[in-house]
Design a protein around this ligand. Structure first.
Ligand code: FAD
Ligand code: NAD
Length: 460
């Protein structure tokens, strides 16, 4: 078996790992990046996650009314594949052009806490390293529903964005991030979509008014929702699958050409032989880490989805900052996951739903004196941008401490919400009050100027 030694070995070409590999590599230290598939250089986000899904969502909005849906979808899939291929190539070159960095394509597994074996077909390579970073991401969970795993119609998100064939009828199990984004997007391309969600309402962590507004928008577009749904079995019949469910004691079926299981993503640790390295995992299967992302073996770190933190690309990037601080010492090794406050997130439906901080229900449950400012986008006089771009659906809501004027949280279901939320999050992090955000000068016509008007209202 060939051998290689590295100062830093990164397993998995994810956001945090690749950024770390490039930064450490530029210092001249010997870095090896191991990625199991050449089709995944750059990781989940650019290849099968954020970038292709958002590109397809964007392209769906531009569909001419009379365009042939199949052709339109096939073209969108093809142009998205071109985009991801360019990004994959850029990501590969970012590392491959550094003399001190070697990219190895193969599947890594620990031999012990300093040695990792990489297998690629018949080839084997042993890598020893002083510092090892595990950045292997997460994988979709397919629930244990009779007939589902064996169904020829079970698809993953990767299948849906990689195939030029638009499913005529799509059943989505799970109304979380993946479920709602794929449902909304594929419906816009022309698929008939039914979403089956096990909880009593979609987005159970959001306030009732926000979750209802989201459901109303998607239902008005033509998506069917079944909540409190227990999917009992899936059977293949002819060239379709029949999804059987029970909801509130009533049985029903959904015929579908494609069934998407969007019921969560679990940390990808299988096959890594973590036990050989003495790296512990949590009860939920994530790699156990401390606030500096060190595992139970202090020279082995875990970054991104695999460590059980929030599953977002920018969290993996922030994980990189924490590990870089440990390895390069710029922040004297003090940076940690406990520094994180007001982390925003966005569900990319149309219009997007962006959130940060506490919901109204959470703030009240915490005993905070709550003042709620909210307004429907259609009623906003001070935000002509919504009318300009023809997207006046949604609402904006702020949860404010009635005594201190502190912004406790926000839910923005509106055009440009994925951008607006970053301003709110920054305000929360830096102690900018609701009044300051209300009275600030914003460009016109922009979406941010809605803050002048929304924050001037008190609805509760
Ligand atoms: C459909 C979808 C849409 C999403 N949209 C968004 C979004 O809009 N915004 C957002 O912030 N997040 C989004 N996410 C989540 C985001 O993609 C992930 O949180 C993020 O990519 C995780 O990055 P990571 O650094 O943990 O690793 P990943 O990017 O997942 O990389 C892990 C890499 O490790 C490789 N690997 C695994 N095991 C091994 C092994 N044994 N040996 C070698 N290599 C291995 C894998 O092939 C993979 O390339 C989305 C996810 C999905 C699935
Ligand atoms: N825009 C984004 O940032 C974005 C987009 C996609 C994914 N992601 C990340 O990926 C993660 C995984 O996404 P996801 O949508 O797979 O998971 P999720 O946890 O967001 O949602 C899963 C949903 O499935 C439901 N569910 C679970 N089991 C079920 C069953 N048997 N029948 C019916 N419903 C069931 C849950 O109640 C939940 O509503 C997200 O949490 C997010 O961190 C982010």
């Amino acid at each position: 078996m060939d051998t290689l030694h590295a100062d830093l070995l990164v397993i998995g070409f994810g956001k945090g790992g690749k950024t770390l590999a490039a930064v450490v590599g530029r210092t001249g230290r010997r870095v090896v990046m191991v990625e199991q598939s050449a089709a995944m250089y750059g990781g989940t986000c650019i290849n099968i996650g954020c970038v292709p899904t958002k590109a397809l969502i964007h392209r769906a909005s531009g569909r001419p009314q009379h365009a042939d849906p199949d052709k339109w979808f096939a073209e969108a899939v093809a142009s998205t594949a071109t985009l991801t291929s360019v990004m994959r190539d850029k990501n590969f070159r970012m590392l491959d052009t550094l003399d001190s960095v070697t990219v190895v394509t193969g599947t890594a597994a620990f031999l012990d806490d300093k040695r990792v074996e990489v297998v690629a077909g018949a080839d084997r390579l042993e890598i020893t390293a002083d510092t090892i970073v595990v950045n292997t991401g997460a994988e979709n969970v397919v629930p244990d529903i009779p007939g589902l795993r064996a169904s020829a119609h079970l698809v993953t998100g990767t299948d849906l964005i990689g195939s030029p064939d638009l499913p005529r009828r799509l059943a989505v199990i799970g109304a979380g991030y993946q479920g709602l984004e794929f449902a909304a997007m594929l419906h816009r391309y022309g698929a008939e979509v039914t979403v089956l969600e096990s909880t009593a309402r979609i987005l159970p962590r959001e306030d009732d008014d926000i979750a209802s507004a989201v459901r109303d928008i998607l239902q008005e577009e033509g998506i069917t929702f079944v909540t409190t749904a227990r999917v009992t079995r899936v059977e293949d019949a002819g060239d379709a699958a029949i999804v059987h469910y029970e909801a509130d004691g009533v049985a029903g079926t959904v015929p579908a050409d494609a069934v998407l299981a969007a019921t969560g993503r679990a940390p990808r640790t299988a096959g890594l032989r973590l036990e050989a390295a003495g790296v512990r995992t949590t009860a939920r299967g994530a790699i156990e880490v401390d606030e500096h992302l060190r595992t139970s073996r202090p020279h082995i770190f875990a970054l991104g989805d695999v460590n059980g933190g929030p599953q977002f690309t920018y969290i993996s990037l922030d994980d990189y900052r924490i590990v870089a601080d440990q390895l390069l010492g710029e922040g004297e090794g003090k940076r940690s996951t406990t520094d994180r406050v007001a982390v925003p997130y966005t569900l990319f439906m149309t219009p997007p739903l962006a959130r940060v901080g506490l919901t109204e229900a959470e703030a009240r449950a915490a005993g905070r004196p709550v003042r709620v400012a909210a307004k429907a986008v259609a009623d906003l006089m001070a935000m002509p941008r919504a009318s300009i771009v023809g997207e006046v659906r949604g609402l904006m809501k702020f949860v404010v401490d009635a005594e201190t004027d502190e912004i406790l949280g926000a839910a923005l279901l509106s055009v440009d919400a994925q951008e607006l939320i970053n301003t709110v999050a920054l305000a929360m992090r830096t102690g900018v009050t609701a009044s300051v955000l209300r009275d600030a000068i914003y460009t016109h016509p922009s979406s941010t100027e809605a803050f002048n008007e929304v924050l001037a209202t008190v609805v509760r």
